[in-house]
Design a protein around this ligand. Structure first.
Ligand code: NAD
Length: 437
């Protein structure tokens, strides 16, 4: 058992902290957000993530998991410190590393013995070296430490499962002592024979960006193929199914939609492009994916306008789904934001519903009218747009929906409804690359 501090208790830090405590270690999750820590100490989970409540409760009850706003103390008491603070988009697409460097300084100030400092946050190549130098400078080299890059691949919505049963774990370090410590942290995964890649810090840092950028490219690619399907009357689902059977391609991430969002793909693609540019390398493929993604978001807004012949002024539109994907309350870079902006710009009235993200979207759009059920949101609306693939929207009772709407107009940005049903029931509809001509 090791004493572990996880600094930053957001989507990654909270899941990782709870997950590592589940491996049997003694974990304290620290955050400068006192409200968040107060909530956690009262047994409340500040984010929506399936299975997280149970995981946190179980480990708190076993006294293996605790929460504090005292970052310094958490660092002093730890053998291993995980940095899991945010790295949002900064200037010109580069990562803003303010929080990471703040934590590095705090580690330097509180380095009271040998520790392993491990970064889980997604940070540009070379950040490990900068963190190491900050800690050395601030601590005046009195105590030893090792630095590890351990990028996180969990997906919001299935984060608990992804953390406890990952496809692979990447450990980038420079010395055997650090690898040995990390092996101990992840002992259950070594026993399970989870693929664990031991490599250098820089390689580990690049693996994370290369993976996220690749997935973004795959999404943008199938979205552009879907746009072609729109033009020729082909069904993109048949195209992607046939493509995915080819083992070299794989069926994953070939589902067309309104463009990727979330806290990772948008910022990580831009950060990778920015890093490459500094090296004098143009990442044309990734740059293309970024452009295509923005155009896809705009294309969905245009599709919605087209369903109303371009005039949506004073029309009431129900938006079903605000989160950037199902099973999360995260709205960062959500395609729903583009739709809300377009509707606002064109003088439409919005009634929105998301099973988990209403509150977060209201923080961004103060006057957004949200409802507690899809039935309330669609009542007397002139049309409805599905932005997130929540299961409850997959099973929409179309007869009921038609009865509640003022006019049966529907845009399915996630391709989750059956076109035959929509047609039989007389809906005017559109989707992403599937509509019959
Ligand atoms: N969200 C994901 O799905 C995901 C997946 C893999 C990797 N990542 C990466 O993990 C990192 C964290 O992402 P997230 O989504 O969990 O972010 P988040 O915004 O949800 O959480 C970050 C937390 O760090 C805290 N924080 C900021 N500065 C701090 C400081 N100086 N000391 C202590 N706490 C501080 C904030 O209060 C916040 O609670 C990012 O680099 C992200 O790219 C995210």
């Amino acid at each position: 058992m090791q004493n572990i501090a996880v600094i930053g208790t957001g989507y990654v830090g909270l899941v990782s902290g709870a997950g590592i405590s589940d491996y049997g270690h003694n974990v304290v999750c620290a955050d400068i957000d006192k409200t968040k820590i107060e909530q956690l100490n009262k047994g409340e989970i500040p984010i929506y993530e399936p299975g997280l409540h149970e995981l946190v409760n179980r480990n708190v009850n076993f006294n293996r998991l605790s929460f504090t706003a005292n970052v310094d103390e958490a660092i002093r008491n730890a053998d291993v410190i995980f940095i899991a603070v945010g790295t949002p988009e900064g200037e010109n697409g580069a990562s803003d590393l303010t929080a990471v460097y703040e934590v590095a300084r705090a580690i330097g100030e509180n380095l009271n013995g040998y520790k392993v400092v491990c970064t889980k946050s997604t940070v540009p190549i070379g950040t490990g070296e900068k963190i190491t130098n900050i800690i050395k400078d601030v601590s005046k080299n009195i105590n030893e430490f090792d630095y590890v890059s351990n990028p996180e691949f969990l997906r919001e919505g299935s984060a608990v499962k992804d953390f406890l049963w990952p496809d692979r774990v990447i450990i980038g370090a420079s010395g055997s002592r650090a690898f040995k410590t990390m092996k101990n942290v992840y002992r259950p995964l070594y026993i399970n024979e989870t693929p664990i890649i031991e490599t250098t810090v820089e390689t580990a840092e690049l693996i994370k960006y290369a993976s996220n950028a690749f997935l973004s490219v795959k999404i943008s690619y199938i979205n552009e193929i879907a746009n072609m399907c729109d033009e020729i009357g082909a069904d993109v689902h048949v195209v992607s199914k046939a493509m995915g059977i080819d083992g070299r391609i794989s069926p994953k991430f070939l589902h067309p939609g309104p463009g990727y969002g979330g806290s990772c793909f948008p910022k990580d693609t831009k950060a990778l492009i920015s890093m490459a540019k500094e090296m004098g390398i143009d990442l044309n493929v990734v740059s293309g994916a970024v452009v295509a993604n923005q155009l896809q978001k705009e294309r969905m807004a245009q599709k919605l306008l087209n369903l109303f012949d371009g005039d949506i002024k004073n029309k009431t539109i129900a938006i079903l789904g605000l989160a950037f994907k199902a099973q999360t309350d995260d709205i960062r870079e959500s395609p729903a934001i583009e739709i809300i902006n377009t509707l606002n710009k064109n003088g439409a009235l919005i009634r929105a519903f998301d099973p988990a993200a209403n509150e977060n979207m209201k923080k961004r759009f103060n006057d957004l009218k949200t409802f507690d059920s899809w039935e309330e949101a669609v009542k007397d609306a002139d049309g409805v747009v599905i932005m997130t693939e929540w299961n409850e929207f997959r099973g929409l009772d179309l007869l009921k929906l038609k009865g509640l709407l003022k006019s049966p107009v529907l845009l399915d940005c996630r391709n989750i409804l059956r076109m035959d049903d929509l047609e039989t029931m007389g809906f005017k509809y559109d989707n992403v690359g599937r509509k019959k001509r």
